[in-house]
Write a protein that binds this ligand. Structure first.
Ligand code: UDP
Ligand code: MG
Length: 319
């Protein structure tokens, strides 16, 4: 029987966790021919999440958990889950029921067809702030233009992956992780399943607008060096234009004599170039900050507690 590990990153999800487990269990219990287990990752929650997970683990054979020493972010939680998951297939999904468990059987079908990955994407964004949808679509356009790694618009972190794809992802051991890019970067064929956006009914989103913007910027600079090249090209083009302007000015001066005005032109040029230089230094800084954080090789997460599903230990004793 094929084993499937479901990884669920949880940060302050006490309100929704019992409901999540009930609904998802209903789906996994109905799916024949697979042995499911849950691996919850408590990402330093400050509410009752951890105690709920302890109870779930104690009362059910298929639930295990990891708990971080503090909040390390969803990316770290997914990485921890992937590195601990033992299943032949691994599913990653959110705890807030925005990733409909009902899609799991379809995902399993996809992977049985021979795909290494079967992932969900949203065809609608109803219930989401308009400004957020606008920025998100701008991000995908920009990122796909700038980078060779093409990301699917509307893709969410709800997917099933084969063992070899999970192992490939684990080889990308960068500290600053951007999973949407990593999933695309490792390649392998993905089958896409559309679904309607589901609004969060319990608990609330952990994302702030600024946080999303920083995440998007990190995403672009993690997977593309095109912005660096753009600096080079901008500098080159400005130098050529400046040179032409010098020639024109010299010729004009020789023919018409010295022309005194030019205060506004000078000011505009200084301000424009000043802005451009600052922007370029900023872009360089972004890449430098990646180097800085990666060079330190700090661990991606730190555990304070963990418990495997009771069923796993039973299976181990059987051998
Ligand atoms: N999450 C996490 N660590 C964080 C933030 C979020 O593990 O620092 C989890 C959260 O518990 C949820 C998932 O990541 O299961 C998605 O978070 P959220 O629903 O806030 O994001 P959204 O659906 O609004 O994009
Ligand atoms: Mg959510």
């Amino acid at each position: 029987m094929k084993t499937v590990t479901i990884i669920v990153p949880c940060f302050n999800e006490a309100e929704v966790l019992p409901e999540f487990y009930r609904e998802t269990r209903a789906v996994t219990d109905a799916a024949q021919g697979y042995d499911f287990s849950f691996l919850f990752v408590d990402d330093g929650s400050r509410d009752a999440t951890l105690s709920i997970l302890r109870t779930l683990q104690a009362e059910n054979k298929d639930a295990g958990y990891l708990s971080f020493s503090r909040n390390f972010g969803k990316e770290a939680a997914m990485y921890a889950g992937l590195s601990r998951a033992k299943g032949d297939y691994v599913i990653v999904m959110d705890a807030d029921l925005q990733h409909p468990p009902a899609l799991i059987p379809q995902m399993l079908e996809g992977i049985e067809e021979g795909y290494d990955c079967c992932a969900a994407y949203r065809v609608s964004r109803k219930g989401e702030a308009r400004i957020r949808s606008l920025f998100s679509s701008a991000f995908y356009h920009l990122s796909n233009r700038l980078s060779d790694v093409k990301m699917k618009q509307g893709a969410v972190d709800f997917r099933i992956m084969s063992r070899r794809m999970v192992d490939a992802i684990l080889q990308l051991s960068e500290v600053e992780r951007f999973s949407k890019g990593i999933f695309a970067w490792v390649g392998y064929e993905t089958k896409w399943i559309p679904y309607e956006n589901v609004e969060r009914t319990l608990g609330k989103t952990k994302w702030t607008f600024g946080g999303l913007l920083r995440y998007a910027l990190a995403g672009i600079t993690s997977f593309s060096v095109t912005p660096l090249r753009m600096i080079t090209w901008t500098g080159f083009i400005i130098s050529v234009l400046a040179f032409l302007y010098i020639v024109v000015t010299i010729v004009q001066t020789l023919i018409f004599g010295i022309d005194v005005p030019g205060y506004v032109t000078t000011l505009c040029a200084i301000l424009f170039l000043g802005g451009l230089v600052e922007l370029s230094v900023g872009i360089l800084g972004e890449y430098l900050s990646h180097l800085y954080l990666e060079a330190k090789r700090r661990p991606i997460y730190l555990l304070k507690e963990e418990a495997a599903p009771a069923g796993d230990e039973d299976a181990a004793e059987d051998h």
